[in-house]
Design a protein around this ligand. Structure first.
Ligand SMILES: Cc1ncc(COP(=O)(O)O)c(C=O)c1O
Length: 354
């Protein structure tokens, strides 16, 4: 039976990527060796790393603009501390839009003063704060573009002369924007890019080298940049699968192409959530995420039937995050419109039966 994978991450990737990636486990590039057993210093893998780094910059439209891409380890959570380690001299501004921003703020405080410029905690992170002020004496401004747990997404980023750092873990490569407004972009691979185990970090090189503290080698972006993302053994297989996914994205129209498909999917599901009296969206409409749609069933008595129906239809991973409850449909790049239609059909079938 066809499965419709709504998992929030790790999550769905393109089938053709799975096929190519599984073949590389048996025989990588007709070398007679598995990708799992080759040296990360071999030419074959160095080429993979270079292609992955170049594709990331190309797809984001950042080639030739002073940016470099790295594939590091430690997840986006490691970036919560690498960012301030490398950039926070005295004070930084953070926008708090949910669990992940809260965690980034906590780590920032180990390195200096953190000014929370705005927070949506007052309403359960249902919305994105707007119209806040970014002080002129901060080293950078940090925000989270997509709030994976509560289902909100920043549609317009603030204009600030300060370096802007963005955690794009759950919406990287999903929508078009001017990526050159950011100085650091980071994202765990395990949503729109690849399996867990590697993290993409895109850095505008000229913002580095400004803090006075000594930075340990593994935490130092410049060390990783000088070694072309090979300072230590990279997550070979995770980088390889990420490279395949980025190739797939390029072949399928790049970010412009995927954005069009992502908009159709999100519109289809949100229209059902809004029209069906049994359901209610969690996030404020204007701040809804195109990637993670959060919603609740208004009548608890129907939960058992609804859960049985979507499971029967082959849907997987629809439960909300354990901290919020309800439902969360994660519609990452590789999820098809057909899969969203299956969920929408189940929701309207529940209405007919109720
Ligand atoms: C927006 C966001 N930031 C950070 C993280 C943490 O990522 P990791 O588990 O790779 O450290 C997640 C994980 O889901 C996330 O969604």
């Amino acid at each position: 039976m066809k499965k419709h994978n709504y998992s929030a991450g790790p999550c769905i990737l393109p089938q053709e990527v799975f096929q190519e990636a599984s073949q590389a486990i048996l025989d990588f590039n007709n070398s007679g060796l598995s990708i799992l057993e080759i040296s990360h210093r071999s030419k074959d893998f160095v080429d993979v790393m270079e292609e992955a780094r170049n594709l990331a910059l190309e797809l984001l439209g950042l080639e030739g603009k002073g940016y470099k891409a790295l594939f590091l380890q430690g997840g986006a959570s490691m970036q919560f501390l690498m960012v301030p380690y490398n950039l926070l001299q005295t004070k930084a501004a953070y926008l708090n839009t949910g669990t992940w921003s809260t965690k980034a703020i906590k780590e920032g405080k180990f390195f200096g003063e953190v000014k929370e410029v705005a927070s949506s905690a007052d309403k359960g992170f249902k919305y994105i704060p707007k119209g806040y002020f970014i002080p002129s004496d901060v080293d950078y401004f940090h925000c989270t573009s997509n709030n994976t747990i509560y289902g909100t997404q920043i549609k317009e980023f603030p204009k600030t002369p300060k370096p802007m750092v963005c955690d794009m873990s759950s919406d990287i490569f999903s929508r078009q924007m001017d990526f050159s407004q950011f100085d650091v972009i980071y994202a765990g691979a395990q949503k729109n890019m690849g399996p867990a185990g590697t993290t993409l970090v895109v850095i505008k090189e000229d913002i580095l080298g400004k803090v006075e503290r000594s930075v340990p080698s593994m935490m130092d972006y410049r060390v990783h940049l000088n070694k072309a993302s090979m300072f230590n053994t990279p997550a070979v297989y995770a980088v390889y699968v990420s490279m395949l996914t980025l190739r797939w994205l390029k072949k399928n129209g790049g970010i412009a192409g995927i954005e069009e498909r992502n908009e159709k999917k999100a519109n289809l599901l949100y229209s059902e959530i809004d029209i069906n009296p049994l359901f209610e969206g969690y996030a404020e409409k204007e701040d809804r995420s195109m990637m993670n749609a959060t919603f609740n069933l208004l009548n608890d008595d129907l939960k058992e039937s609804f859960d049985a129906m979507w499971k029967e239809a082959g849907i997987d991973g629809l439960n909300g995050h354990r901290s919020v409850g309800g439902y969360r449909a994660s519609m990452y790049n590789a999820l098809s419109l057909e899969s969203v239609q299956v969920l929408v059909d189940v929701m309207s079938e529940l209405e007919r039966k109720a």
